[in-house]
Design a protein around this ligand. Structure first.
Ligand code: FAD
Length: 573
């Protein structure tokens, strides 16, 4: 019986430790194992990925490749620049593959892509093996144990999880890896016959695109940011299994922190170091396994002499929240990512007419926040020039570093949607998608729905004040001073409300509060006075308007935006 020839397809699992799928591939005792990554045009060209997340991905790939080479000097991570749907049939043939193994993906697009690849493998006579490994529980199993319903609360996850049984203990990293085979791409060298109708420039481009499959040096290397034509990253947070596991070791070494962690008690204003683990980007790229994280924490908790925290506020509770969003996404598919036709997502007429005749359910007119105003609010929120230093500091940290604390995310998401601007959560989620290094579709979408009170959470009257809330954590405003340096010298009395400072003081502290933040010119003859915008809205007034709008929407009680809602005759169905 010939030995299996296996492709191991890395995607959401850029690690060697605790990979059930990799273990399964190695258990086949293959003659050769090709560790590959394929550039998926869906992510490369169509998704919103900023330079910081790109850098994190390349870091993870480089680190993984080096770790593979340490276990087998002939091997590494082979990067191939073609869509899996067209690449695999050629690889199956060329490398005489018998098995394709990968970690299961429950993202809506990932499922579609994998179904197509499975079909192609079947046609080529290649056996496909997948294993869950991205979440504590297999998300499909979790949904099944939740009576085939999306998991919409942490207690549903806990009940469904109890039916499934214990969370699996992590699997150690392999000690060696098989030969990577001979990764030729001869189909790549078979360039099409030269087309007489194309000119020299087109021919050159065509030939280059053929050569580029294994990279410009034909060595399957991880590209650089420069080679990809991307701007340099600005984040201080770097990726890779080695860094991720070291971070985890440091967290676990602090037993008090690990055992007594309570999310609501961690400061969103803390930086260098931040108050939470910052392991989320490693969770996203799979450079740290969530089960490794879970069990290392749980083992500390089990031995802890003092009073340990419990889910949902504990560290293990945070990982259960992650599973909750994956479970919701697994059950709802594409609909989860939007309001449209999403049966779990409450319909809110964001900057649409929102005065409703409560008897008939008909809209009686008036815009809560009209489109033009909403557009200005959105732009200023995104660009960190709302005039509310707490919100602007967070948005600037997000853009520059790609990560902000959970309660910081709460603050900016609530402010953009139901607690300030009344802008659709989907628009905010798109900005997070581009800028977060930990962007995880399930978690981002789910948390935006939570914060906008469209799903998961319904207490819309509880809003975050951009003034009182940060004061609770950071009376001196050090967080604001770091990310909004215009206000660096402001007295702490005015740090969250700089527009209230007397003009003379504004001048003394080097910054005038005026305009909308687009005017970056300095304002004095000697050019030393900076400007910071006035607040773009009257917060208490706007919050009350939003709460009224939410009350109306909840009263009508529609779920999932649909054409009936959009045609202007929004009525109780
Ligand atoms: P810790 O507090 O140290 O938690 C440990 C781990 O638990 C995290 O690494 C993360 O994997 C998981 N976790 C913690 N809180 C949550 C949560 N509320 N939901 C899901 N998982 C959680 N998290 C993402 O991973 N990707 C996203 O795209 C994302 N978008 C968000 C958007 C909004 C509007 C909000 C309010 C939250 C979002 N979160 C997202 C959840 C949460 O803010 C981050 O996971 C957390 O802040 C990451 O920091 P940490 O690793 O220090 O978390």
């Amino acid at each position: 019986m010939p030995k299996p020839r296996v492709i191991y397809w890395f995607r959401t699992d850029l690690r060697l430790h605790d990979s059930p799928a990799l273990k399964t591939a190695l258990d086949l005792k293959p003659e050769c194992l090709y560790p590959i990554w394929t550039w998926d045009p869906h992510y490369v060209y169509h998704a919103r990925v900023g330079p910081n997340r790109w850098q994190f991905l390349l870091d993870c790939q480089n680190d993984l490749s080096e770790s593979i080479t340490k276990l087998n000097p002939q091997s590494k991570l082979f990067l191939i620049r073609e869509a899996p749907q067209t690449l695999f049939p050629k690889l199956f043939k060329e490398w005489k593959i018998t098995h394709l193994v990968f970690e299961k993906d429950t993202d809506a697009y990932g499922r579609d892509r994998d179904d197509k690849v499975k079909e192609l493998a079947k046609e080529a006579g290649v056996e496909v093996i997948t294993r869950p490994g991205r979440t504590l529980y297999d998300s499909d199993e979790l949904v099944k144990a939740n009576n085939n319903r999306p998991t919409m609360s942490i207690s549903q996850v806990q009940h469904a999880g109890a039916k499934i049984g214990d969370i699996a203990r992590p699997i150690p990293a392999p000690k060696s890896l098989p030969s990577p085979g001979t990764p030729t791409l001869s189909f790549n060298q078979q360039k099409p016959a030269s087309n007489p109708d194309i000119n020299a420039i087109q021919r050159d481009a065509e030939e280059k695109s053929y050569d580029a499959l294994a990279g410009p040096n034909n060595d399957f290397a991880v590209p650089t940011m420069e080679e990809l034509g991307l701007k340099p990253a600005t984040t201080p947070h770097r990726g890779g299994e080695t860094i991720g596991l070291k971070m985890l070791d440091e967290i676990i070494a602090n037993e008090d922190y690990t055992a007594t962690f309570e999310k609501p008690k961690t400061a969103p204003t803390a930086f260098e170091p931040q108050a939470t683990t910052l392991l989320s980007p490693h969770m996203h790229f799979g450079s740290v396994s969530c089960r490794e994280f879970y069990w290392r924490v749980q083992d500390v908790v089990s031995k802890y002499k003092g009073k340990a925290s419990q889910p949902p506020t504990s560290l293990t509770g945070q990982l259960l929240f992650r599973d909750m969003y994956f479970g919701a996404q697994a059950a709802l598919g594409y609909a989860f990512g939007q309001s449209y036709n999403n049966p779990q997502c409450r319909f809110i007429p964001w900057h649409l007419p929102s005065e409703i005749d409560t008897k008939s359910g008909l809209i009686t007119g008036k815009y809560l926040v009209d489109d033009a105003k909403a557009e200005v609010f959105f732009k200023r929120w995104k660009e960190g020039r709302t005039g509310f230093p707490w919100i602007d500091a967070l948005m600037r940290q997000l853009k520059h570093e790609g990560w902000i604390h959970h309660l910081g995310r709460h603050a900016v998401a609530c402010f953009l949607t139901r607690g300030g601007c009344y802008v659709d959560w989907e628009r905010g989620a798109e900005v997070f998608e581009e800028w977060l290094i930990d962007h995880e579709a399930a978690c981002n979408i789910g948390n935006w729905q939570w914060l906008s009170c469209t799903a998961f959470f319904a207490q819309f009257y509880r809003c975050y004040s951009p003034i009182a809330f940060p004061q609770k954590w950071d009376k001196d405003g050090n967080f604001v001073r770091k990310y909004v340096p215009e206000l660096e010298h402001f007295d702490k009395k005015y740090i969250y409300e700089p527009w209230k400072a007397p003009i003379l003081d504004q001048k003394k502290w080097g910054c005038l509060i005026k305009g909308d933040g687009t005017d970056t010119d300095t304002d004095t003859e000697d050019g030393t006075l900076r400007t910071y915008p006035k607040p773009m809205l009257d917060f208490p007034k706007q919050r009350d308007i939003c709460i009224q709008g939410m009350k109306n929407a909840y009263h009508v009680g529609l779920y999932g935006k649909n054409p009936k809602v959009l045609d202007g005759t929004w009525r109780k169905l």
